[in-house]
Design a protein around this ligand. Structure first.
Ligand code: GLY
Ligand code: MN
Ligand code: MN
Length: 439
């Protein structure tokens, strides 16, 4: 059976049109070895096909609606690189109406482009070679105007349909994402229980990722961030080489990819199992803000209003703690909170960790809808460096907060009744964390 996503894509296409959607190529890691292959997210979403060098041709008005160009079976290559579905498998297992070796694509391109009124193709989307083949073929057909050729008059970016579909998850997708979330949440719990002074950040990384793989995940859905002490104030810290010190916090931002879908969790906890008073000040403020934002999630709430709410709560709290000085309203107007809270509240989550889809329509922030999955991840990051604070920001940061970084991140599904927290299995209340670590 055709994937429901592909059927829906066809339904949304112009009636007399054709779409050309390429798979991702292999990516060289070094010299003659490649990274583990990962399919292009849009191609995977529509076809479920996980091999490189494939092209999907989708023509809803044709008798053959779905054609897959694939690598043919090849006993010699399969000894080295493994099984290929081949043209038989493309029809048998991926519901293609017909399939050809990908080497035949060039010869068939003229035929594919002759007739449809619109072509769906995303130029500039990672395949310059295919881009130029299509441009060449189109211009050749336009030049040949004394023959009865009909090249498409209209070119449409297919991601205008696909990415909009990807924003709203089906029940089947939510089920997979719940599993991706559970795997990551359980791994975080294991890490919390195991962490102690003297361990290395990379040992924590290894523990999380071993857990992911044991549970059938493909691995992390992005490079795990394991930041102890002041490393937690570096937003994309991925070196993960330092030693964990008694008295410091550890920020773990790690998610699992399962059946092609990402989870994305951050927890921050004390390395010795007990928060200090100063750490609690920051931690509780971030947690209170995070839970209040999750409470606000419901269909109709504008995504920008969630962010504004987090800015208001964090700014008021930072004034209370002496991290910022002055009138909260003015501090927000002048964006002074960005000294310590410099990223967005969250993002869509799905096949990509920062998933596809628009956040604005006509310059207006989009409202949450049932079926969206997004992260809620406020944080505060207080650099240990007091010498290079840019002018206009608070130069007089209380010493007890220097080098503290806290982020708390959950994945939520928007339902008619509000947020369903997919990542609820890993504790975030400070006392609950301490109790878990004491075990
Ligand atoms: N780990 C990437 C993010 O939280 O957005
Ligand atoms: Mn995130
Ligand atoms: Mn994250």
């Amino acid at each position: 059976m055709l994937k429901p996503q592909l059927a829906e894509f066809m339904r949304r296409m112009d009636p007399k049109s054709v779409a050309i959607i390429p798979a991702a190529g292999e990516a060289v890691r070094s010299h003659d070895t490649n990274y583990r292959y990962r399919q292009n997210s849009d191609f995977f979403y529509l076809t479920g096909f996980e091999e490189p060098d494939a092209i999907a041709v989708i023509a809803p008005a044709s008798e053959k609606k779905f054609t897959l160009f694939v690598r043919p079976r090849d006993p010699e290559r399969e000894i080295w690189d493994g099984y290929r579905a081949g043209v038989e498998g493309a029809v048998r297992d991926y519901s293609a109406d017909e399939s050809f070796p990908v080497a035949d694509f060039d010869a068939k391109l003229a035929e594919i482009l002759d007739g449809p009124a619109s072509l769906y193709y995303a130029f500039g989307n990672g395949s310059p070679e295919l881009d130029s083949k299509i441009i060449r073929q189109l211009s050749l057909m336009r030049e040949t105007n004394r023959k009865p050729l009909e090249p498409p008059a209209k070119i449409i970016d297919p991601t205008t349909i696909i990415h909009e579909m990807r924003v709203l998850k089906s029940d089947a997708e939510v089920e997979i994402m719940q599993r991706a979330a559970d795997i990551a949440a359980e791994a975080h719990v294991e890490a919390m229980k195991a962490v102690g002074p003297g361990m290395k950040e990379y040992e924590v990384e290894a523990m999380l990722e071993a857990f992911f793989r044991r549970e059938g995940s493909a691995g992390p859905s992005y490079t795990s961030i394991i930041g102890s002490g002041a490393n937690a104030t570096v937003l994309h810290y991925i070196t993960n080489m330092d030693t964990l010190h008694d008295g410091d916090l550890l920020l773990v931002d790690a998610g699992a990819e399962y059946k092609g879908y990402a989870s994305d969790i951050t927890r921050t906890f004390p390395i010795n199992g007990k928060f200090t008073a100063a750490q609690r000040d920051i931690y509780d403020l971030v947690l209170e803000t995070q839970m209040s934002c999750i409470d606000m999630v419901r269909p109709g709430v504008r995504l920008e209003d969630l962010k504004t709410h987090s800015v208001e709560m964090l700014t008021a709290g930072m004034v209370r703690l002496g991290l910022l000085k002055g009138d909260p309203k003015k501090l927000i107007e002048e964006k002074k909170y960005m000294q310590f809270y410099m990223h967005n509240l969250g993002h869509y989550l799905g096949i990509d960790v920062h998933d596809a889809g628009r956040y604005y329509f006509n310059g207006e922030s989009r409202a949450a809808e049932v079926g969206m999955v997004m992260t809620i991840e406020p944080g505060l990051y207080i650099s240990p460096d007091t010498k290079n604070i840019p002018e206009g920001f608070n130069q007089d940061v209380p010493a007890k907060y220097l080098g503290i970084g806290v982020r708390i991140e959950d994945d939520v599904l928007v339902t008619a009744n509000g947020a369903r927290v997919l990542t609820h299995k890993v504790p975030k209340d400070a006392q609950e964390i301490e109790a878990l670590m004491a075990k």
